[in-house]
Design a protein around this ligand. Structure first.
Ligand code: SF4
Ligand code: FES
Length: 323
């Protein structure tokens, strides 16, 4: 007589793996070191399978299946690197990039962005899309701490699910339908959540950005040091990031210091004195630029403090920032 067990054995790309019943294919593959690309999936939230990036082949199933939403079964045979799967992954990335702006050189997420990494690893080498990209609102303030760039959003629902399933405040929602779908707050009211600092972390692209960190640094310039947050009784584990001793990202609930006054709302100025917002050392070098937006001014202040950077680079950054 067969013994009932809570374990299930399946093969993923020819490798046999035994996992508990109720495990997702994605996690079973991860257990044997097989990477399946994802955008919408998150280990602490219910699967919704909206991005379709993780589709794989399962023997005896006629269509590709989302690895983030299908549970393992005894004797299942999963293939993650077939021609059909690879063609599908290229197609999904091509669709996502059709209207995604080419903000990578100035995007806060540049260098730690799954969309960049997965396009490099699984995507098509070039775009076949010759038409004008669709444009959405950029720099939409959601609160005094968070700014949303709707052009960069890939509608993965991670942020809305976080506010629903984790923090429970339901402050973010999907608004409108079809190609007009956007992320926003209810009635455009400013978000109040004490957990909104997590939104920028959970967003897989640079759509949700922190006012404190926007355009301030690049990830490869930062040091990370795990800490226990002293901000409340929960004592979260967090990974604040610093550059030259200046704290740039709080790494938890967004209770970090408020952005420097006027940093992101500045009017055009001619020369002013650099306040070196990103640097621990005090700096009084004059900045000699006219900036059309607060964000551009932030770049120029930051870079002006770094004398080796040429004016040509600074001018180019400003031009990209204005687009
Ligand atoms: S804002 Fe970010 S997390 Fe929210 S749906 Fe868009 S891409 Fe996903
Ligand atoms: S990660 Fe599976 S559908 Fe998005």
């Amino acid at each position: 007589m067969a013994v009932a067990t809570d374990q299930v054995t399946l093969t993923v790309d020819g490798v046999s793996v035994t996992v508990p019943k109720g495990t997702l294919i994605l996690d079973a593959a991860k257990k044997v070191g097989i990477d399946i690309p994802i955008f919408c999936s998150h280990s602490k939230m219910e699967p919704v399978a909206v991005c379709r990036m993780c589709l794989i082949e399962v023997e005896k199933m006629p269509k590709l299946q989302p690895a983030c939403a299908v549970y393992v079964a005894e004797g299942m045979v999963v293939r993650t690197r077939t021609e059909k799967v690879e063609e599908h992954q290229k197609g999904v990335l091509e669709f996502l990039l059709i209207n995604h702006p080419l903000d990578c050189p100035i995007c806060d997420k540049g260098g730690e962005c799954p969309l960049q990494d997965q396009t490099f690893q699984y995507g098509p080498g070039a775009s076949r899309y010759d038409f004008q990209k669709a444009h959405f609102d950029k720099a939409v303030p959601l609160s005094d701490r968070i700014v949303l760039d709707r052009e960069r959003c890939i509608l993965c629902w991670r942020c809305t699910r976080f506010t629903e399933e984790i923090s429970g405040e339901r402050e973010l929602a999907l608004i409108k339908r079809g190609v007009h779908t956007i992320i926003g707050t209810f009635n455009d009211e400013p978000a109040q959540s004490p957990y909104q600092g997590n939104w920028t972390e959970i967003c897989p692209v640079g759509a949700l950005t922190s006012r404190q960190y926007r355009f301030i640094s690049r990830p490869w310039d930062l040091d990370r040091a795990p800490r226990i947050c002293p901000g409340c009784a929960i004592s979260w584990r967090r990974s604040p990031t610093r550059r030259r001793s200046a704290k740039l990202r709080p790494g938890c609930s967004g209770r970090g210091p408020a952005p420097p006054a006027g940093l992101h709302r500045g009017r055009p100025t001619k020369s002013s004195t650099c306040s070196s917002v990103s640097s621990a050392r005090s700096c009084s070098r004059p900045t000699s630029t006219i900036a059309s937006r607060g964000s551009t001014r932030a770049i120029r202040r930051t870079w002006a403090c770094r004398s080796p950077i040429s004016n040509a680079v600074i001018t180019w950054l400003s031009w990209v920032g204005r687009r």
